[in-house]
Write a protein that binds this ligand. Structure first.
Ligand SMILES: [Zn+2]
Ligand SMILES: [Zn+2]
Length: 348
């Protein structure tokens, strides 16, 4: 099959022929029709995600049709049109049985733990617990665009922060997952304040439902600006970059009893930031949560929100490319110039 092979970090991906994936006994092989290009793929390309061993095929935001089913997989059939969460729990351990598949000790992260979907076909294990059969109302493009970002954002906004209509939600960082959090926050009826340093991203944030936007490059005190805008602070705040400064802003912009959700992945120098503990967590009695991925059994709740028509996923999709153009997208991401989602729609 054709695939985009990462052979050396930060070097162009080699679009070449590789062996077809072998179907895992408890898994499936999927003929990929669409795959999103995500910032976490870029982290993998940069070499900052230490799980990846070379050569590697990135790609974890996919949709397609099942072409092979392992002997121990009972629920999924050849011909099913499917997607899958980026983090796949084993389905058997106590954590998974309690519904928390994204924190399973034996989790498989497609496109990181093993080869991903920048290819004509991708294999995934633990299919019964993870593969999501798509309803007719969800196209392959929308399923791929939900990817890890909109599913992660849904878990953060709806399941973790439990944002309600009329509350103020601050979103720090308008990359893929940040824009998705804005879309979902607006869909549940929150007042959404979007923060970024790129005017183009803020314009898109406004277009998809942000009530206020703040350019952090021009605003010296983002947290105060948000507290002023909201009359005392946001009820919930999402850090969607994984950067220490925005993490601090997220804590400081909250109202008393506010909920911070960390969905940006804090790598390298951002892995162990200081915490402004006294004036935030302690005096304002804040709640701080992490969120990563969305288990397969919560996808139907996300599909229900989509069916209300209050989330326009199409407005997030900005660019459609072929496999050979992925490296160009990664280079744009170096400068954080990528706006909206890029989907690989030509994998052959
Ligand atoms: Zn498990
Ligand atoms: Zn992703």
């Amino acid at each position: 099959m054709k695939a985009a092979l990462l052979e050396q970090f930060e070097q162009p991906l080699n679009v070449t022929q590789v062996d077809d994936p072998v179907v895992p006994s408890d898994g499936v092989v999927i003929d990929v029709s669409v795959c999103g290009v995500c910032r976490s793929d870029w982290h993998g390309w940069k070499g900052t995600n230490h799980v990846i061993s070379l050569p590697h095929i990135p790609g974890h935001e996919f949709a397609g049709v099942v072409v092979a089913v392992g002997k121990d997989c009972k629920r999924i059939k050849v011909g099913d049109r499917v997607t899958a969460p980026v983090i796949m729990g084993c389905g058997h351990c106590a954590t998974c049985r309690n519904g928390h598949l994204t924190i399973c000790d034996d989790q498989y992260v497609v496109g990181f733990s093993g080869w991903g979907a920048f290819a004509e076909r991708v294999a995934v294990p633990f299919a019964d617990a993870n593969v999501v059969v798509l309803p007719d109302s969800i196209s392959d493009e929308v399923a791929a665009a939900l990817g890890c970002r909109t599913t992660t954002a849904f878990a953060a906004v709806v399941d973790k922060a439990q944002v309600k209509a009329g509350e103020a939600l601050a979103v720090h960082g308008c990359g893929g997952v940040g824009l998705s959090a804005i879309l979902i926050g607006a869909a549940v009826g929150a007042t959404v304040i979007a923060v970024d340093v790129v005017d183009e991203k803020l314009a898109l944030a406004k277009q998809i439902g942000a009530t206020h936007v703040i350019n952090a490059a021009k605003e010296p005190d983002v947290a105060s600006a948000i507290r002023d805008l909201t009359g005392g602070g946001a009820q919930a705040s999402i850090e969607a970059l994984g950067v220490t400064e925005t993490f601090h802003n997220s804590l400081k912009c909250l109202a008393k009893l506010g909920r911070h959700v960390q969905i940006g992945q804090p790598l390298d120098v951002h892995a162990n930031p200081s915490i402004p503990l006294l004036d935030t967590i302690y005096y304002r009695q804040l709640v701080m949560m992490g969120s990563r991925g969305l288990p397969a059994h919560r996808f139907s709740a996300l599909f229900n929100l989509l069916s209300t028509g209050r989330m326009d996923m199409q407005s997030l999709i900005k660019t459609r490319i072929s496999l050979s153009q992925v490296t160009d997208v990664f280079r744009q991401m170096n400068n954080h110039e990528d706006v909206g989602m890029t989907l690989i729609t030509d994998l052959g």
